[in-house]
Each structure stands twice: as C-alpha cells, then as structure tokens.
Design a protein around this ligand. Structure first.
Ligand code: FE
Length: 249
C-alpha cells in the first residue's frame, strides 16, 4: 500500500482512497480467490494499515474504503460486517449473475451461451437492487457487464434511465472508473450515455482507477475528467466517514 501512496504522490493526487475487496465468500471460504479478495481475518489488519498510512502521510488525504460484492440474500450479513468499522466509503459492485463470475477472464466463454440483451437487463436489475440495499455509498464500475466488449443489440437507454433514477432515489453515487480502459472493451465505466443519464438525474460521481497494482493509481484520470466534464458535471464526490463532500473540477 505504501507503493500505491508513492504513485499517488508522484501523480500529484491530493486524496487517495483504498477500497480492497471484502471476502463475501466468507460463508464459503473455498470460493474466495486469494488474488482478488482478502480473508475475513485480514480485514481488521487492512483497516489498521490504511489508518497508519494516513497518519504517516499527513500531506495526503488517505481514505479507507471497501469494495463489497452485492449478492442478494447476503444483505444482513454484509450489514453486520460493516457495522464493526467506520469506513469513509463503501463501494457496492456486481460481479456475479446467477453464480457466474461474468467479469472473470477464465469464464468468458459463457457469454456465447447467453442472450446479451437479457444479460444487460439482468446485470442492471442486480445493480439497482444493490443500490436499493442501503449498504453502499457508491456503485462501482456501473456497466461492468461490457468488460469483454459484448455489447447489447437492443437499445438500452431505458435501462440506463431506470438505473439512474434508482441511484438517485437510493442516494448513491456512481463511480467513473478507468479500469475499463485496461479491459478488452477499452472504455471507461460507465459509457458516456450512461454517465449522461446519471447527470440528468443528479446522481453524483466519484473517480476511481480500480488499481490492482501501484502503476494503476490515477490511471488515465485526464480522460476520465474530460468525460465527466463533457457529461456536464462541475464537481466530483468524495467521502469522509460516509459523509458526501464535493470537490470542484
Ligand atoms: Fe469490482
């Protein structure tokens, strides 16, 4: 994590947040991918380490966050877990549809067996359900379903509108995440039209690079900021202990 901080500093970021992956599979630990999610035992250590980094870097605002997979049926389990901590922000994300890890490169073949339009509907329905759970401050990489470049054939603007309305009513932000530029789709999450829908409904946006390695910190933020501005935003959201704050662009 010190290396991530070093890169943040080199890139001139003044605020940086960590949002490592919570092990939602802790009810079934064998399913946890140790390369992608910490174990439950590691969670307090992770939080303590970020707090320590924050103390050691007084010139930089360091936030402690968490990315939590939304899996319907686990809401109360997650709520219980989050109660023991005071995170600056919690990202909610959808990586599974009917138990299929649709963003896992090892499982990408499954797209061929699916109706892509139906899949988009399933994904956004699940994302809306996650937003409504009240567990999250920010919905992460809000159109992750496009990761491998499988695009809907049908018109999906209505789905974007509906999602934006649900986000607004649920009081969640949307993350503008540059990791999509490193994925086969080669496009920031969310797509420009989805971002414009968020803007129309007054959904605030945050900025993230989904850094799985220090070199990813602040990845292509110039492009992300341009996209955000083009959608009409003049500020981005950050969080301190769950309280929303705005930074002028
Ligand atoms: Fe994620």
């Amino acid at each position: 994590m010190e290396e991530f901080i070093a890169v943040a500093r080199r890139k001139g970021l003044r605020e940086v947040g960590f949002a490592d992956h919570v092990p939602i599979y802790w009810l079934s630990p064998r399913e946890r991918d140790a390369g992608l999610a910490m174990s439950l035992e590691e969670l307090p250590l992770y939080v303590a380490e970020v707090m320590e980094l924050s103390r050691k870097n007084p010139d930089l605002t360091v936030r402690v966050g968490l990315e939590v997979e939304f899996i319907a049926g686990f809401e109360e389990t997650v709520r219980e877990l989050l109660k023991s901590y005071s995170f600056d922000y919690v990202l909610g994300s959808v990586h599974y549809l009917d138990g299929w890890g649709f963003d896992n490169p090892a499982l990408v073949e499954e797209y061929r067996n699916r109706d892509i339009d139906l899949l988009y509907e399933m994904y956004f329905n699940e994302l809306q359900r996650a937003a409504k759970s009240g567990l999250f401050n920010v919905m992460a990489h809000p159109d992750l379903i496009k990761k491998f470049g499988y695009r809907p054939r049908a018109e999906v603007d209505w789905l974007y509108e509906e999602t934006a309305r649900v986000f607004r009513d649920a009081g969640v932000c949307a993350e503008v995440n540059t990791a999509g530029l490193r994925a086969p789709v080669g496009e920031i999450y969310p797509a420009p039209s989805l971002l414009r829908a968020f803007k129309r409904f007054g959904v605030p946006v945050t900025l993230g690079s989904d850094a799985h390695s220090p070199v990813h910190v602040g990845w292509e933020y110039g492009r992300a900021l341009k996209l955000i501005e083009e959608a009409g935003y003049r500020e981005i959201a950050t969080f301190e202990k769950g309280r929303l704050k705005f930074l002028s662009l």
